[in-house]
Design a binder for this molecule. Structure first.
Ligand SMILES: Cc1ncc(COP(=O)(O)O)c(C=O)c1O
Length: 367
């Protein structure tokens, strides 16, 4: 891939070029260790990640999707339960709920921050509601002060979808420290991304922790004996070792992301783009920098003609997809529907050079 002249929304090759020696040493060390699955590297990374997110326990798993599913299974989500979430999210938020046999119930989002509109949650709660899965979308945390009050009132659990919010803060507390359990993704594009799939569940609850440990390994607490139905979802030693190394740089990399966001904010405020906002009490980790434009398709085409390749997170709300639309009928998702036609993401990753940022700004100003 020629990444010199083209500007992609995200790519990892520049980061790999910088880190190649270190990464290959890490891989070699793991290969020579004699332990490839659930060994010391996973344990170390779990311990460090617990500290990083201010939790007592972490469970490394195969992906963010599995982290969500296992977290849901650990609190006993099952067939016919209802789980409240949003429709403007990645498919896995909803697929994890559906994999447990439960029904996703969608709440609309705020137009300014794309996060769950907490004023609409209570009207969706029924006696089947067992959990809320707020999504910390684009790198910004949902309003947990209100969400936790609602959860307490109705005795339901909160599972944070932190796939996009590693390193973000809400009220000075790390993303992943607000829910009963929280689920992270280490998919390569993420702020803390591996060189393959990976995920993590974090919690302060020992009972849920022990359940998650067993669920990730066929429901086993001892070898070859399942206590209940589980799945196979183990974080491997290579990814854990690489992620442990990358975790040390995460805060610094988020500072760079925030700086890029500031440059975009300062230079694009007089254009027709609607720029993202950082809520009070939030420390946005800018996993993606999402703007809105009424002529979204036209501006994206113009950008790609100038070798700037953006993407859309997400062009199709989940409730509108063939695979999911039969599950839920009660939609009143006006904001979700509206913004899904306008949003797109500008290039954002720590190695994005000043020269490329200048070009993006110049091209956008000339639209
Ligand atoms: C909001 C959200 N939830 C869940 C996931 C699932 O993570 P993974 O791709 O690691 O399964 C992702 C990532 O794709 C995501 O962006």
């Amino acid at each position: 891939m020629n990444y010199r002249n083209k500007i992609f929304v995200w790519q990892y090759l520049e980061s790999y070029k910088k880190d190649k020696k270190k990464i290959l040493n890490i891989v070699d060390k793991v290969f020579r260790s004699g332990q490839l699955i659930l060994g010391n590297e996973v344990k170390n990374f779990e311990n460090n990640f617990s500290k990083f997110t201010n939790n007592k326990y972490s469970v490394g798993v195969n992906s963010g999707t599995d982290a969500l599913q296992i977290a849901l299974m650990s609190i006993g989500i099952k067939k016919n339960d209802e789980v409240i979430t949003v429709s403007n999210t990645a498919v896995p938020t909803v697929s994890a709920i559906v994999s447990c046999g439960a029904k996703p119930i969608y709440v609309d989002i705020n137009e300014n921050d794309f996060l769950i509109d907490t004023s609409l949650i209570e009207e969706k709660i029924t006696n089947k509601t067992k959990a809320i899965v707020p999504v910390n979308l684009y790198g910004q945390s949902a309003n947990y002060e209100i969400i936790k009050k609602i959860a307490k009132k109705y005795k339901i659990k909160v599972i944070e979808d932190c796939a996009q919010s590693s390193g973000a803060f809400y009220k000075n507390q790390p993303s992943g420290s607000h829910g009963d359990l929280s689920a992270f993704s280490f998919y390569p594009t993420k702020n803390l991304g591996g060189y393959g799939d990976g995920g993590m569940i974090v919690t302060n609850n020992k009972k849920f922790y022990n359940k998650c440990l067993m669920l990730r390994k066929y429901g086993m607490s001892k070898l070859y004996y399942s206590n209940f139905h589980g799945i196979n979802s183990r974080l491997d030693e290579v990814q854990a070792a690489i992620l442990n190394y990358k975790l040390k740089k995460l805060n610094y990399n988020i500072k760079i992301r925030r700086n890029i966001a500031k440059i975009y904010n300062d230079n694009l405020d007089k254009t027709d783009l609607i720029l993202p906002t950082e809520n009070e009490d939030n420390y946005h980790s800018y996993y993606v920098y999402v703007v809105r434009h009424k002529k979204r398709d036209k501006i994206m085409k113009y950008l790609s003609n100038n070798n700037i390749f953006c993407n859309i997170s997400y062009p199709y709300p989940i409730h509108s997809m063939k695979g999911y639309k039969k599950l839920t009928k009660d939609f009143n998702l006006k904001v979700t529907n509206k913004v899904s036609k306008q949003i797109f993401s500008l290039p954002m990753y720590p190695e994005l050079s000043d020269k490329k940022i200048d070009k993006i700004i110049k091209v956008l100003k000339n639209f």
